[in-house]
Design a protein around this ligand. Structure first.
Ligand SMILES: C[S@@+](CC[C@H](N)C(=O)[O-])C[C@H]1O[C@@H](n2cnc3c(N)ncnc32)[C@H](O)[C@@H]1O
Length: 230
């Protein structure tokens, strides 16, 4: 792969979400630079022997970062990999990923197994049922959940609340549903058997790191919610 070929491949992608150096001296024309989020995630330099699930991988910046550290990476997105930059990222970097074109609601631990790190970045507010999605993320996690989201910080409330966005009223994007606040994310995660380790908010965004909790009673609320009343 030479610079000109890499340049052509980058130009062949209609829309890049991630702005990152995909080849020495060549930066993708993405809508944001995700480097600061990688700092928040704070991966160990060596992830060999660890499994990382990247839910809503988009162009694959985070999948690539985990793969470069030696992790086994599974990327999931409901768009095909050539509808964004993921396929080109694989071609330019010469790395192959397990890429599943799937909706988060269809993921199962039977099919994918369990992961030491689940990346759930920029996806929560795109989902009509946030609790169900977090429960699925929990069923796939044997370690740490890294969650980033749009957040209703502007409400300035201490109670757990989520603001609903009708049609495309959030950023003109019909795929946006909810904007939960930090307390709401923490409490939904609690009921999905995750414990909050650390969190931060900035502007209209949120990032939290969560650890799994194995206490059976922590799953009981969802067993009622998604099961049958006895
Ligand atoms: C805002 S982008 C975030 C990309 C990346 N994770 C990041 O934080 O930079 C949301 C991504 O999630 C994917 N996505 C949204 N809803 C999804 C769903 N229900 N199932 C699977 N992927 C979904 C979109 O296709 C898109 O690539």
């Amino acid at each position: 792969m030479n610079f000109e070929k890499a340049q052509q491949l980058v130009a062949s992608v209609k829309h890049w979400h991630h702005a990152f150096e995909i080849y020495p001296g060549l930066v993708t024309p993405g809508s944001y630079n995700p480097g600061f989020l990688l700092d928040y995630i704070d991966f160990a330099q060596d992830l060999s022997g660890q499994r990382v699930l990247d839910i809503g991988s988009s162009d694959g910046f985070f999948s690539l970062a985990a793969h470069q550290r030696g992790a086994e990476v599974v990327a999931v997105d409901y768009r095909p990999k050539n509808a964004h930059g993921f396929g080109v990222m694989e071609e330019i970097t010469g790395r192959n990923f397990q890429y599943h074109r799937a909706n988060i609601y269809d993921l199962t631990a039977d099919e994918l197994g369990a992961f030491d790190h689940v990346l759930f970045l920029g996806v929560l507010y795109h989902l009509p049922d946030m609790v169900k999605a977090m429960a699925i993320a929990r069923s796939l996690c044997r370690g740490t959940l890294h969650l980033e989201s749009h957040a209703a910080n502007e409400l300035g409330l201490q109670e757990p609340v989520a603001r609903y966005y009708r049609h495309s009223s959030l950023a003109g994007d019909i795929t946006n549903f909810w904007s939960p606040n930090a307390e709401c994310i923490r409490d939904m995660a609690f009921d999905c058997a995750f414990d909050l380790v650390s969190q931060r908010t900035w502007g209209d965004r949120y990032f939290g790191r969560f650890q799994i909790n194995e206490e059976p009673s922590r799953k009981s609320k969802l067993q009622w919610g998604y099961g049958l009343l006895r």
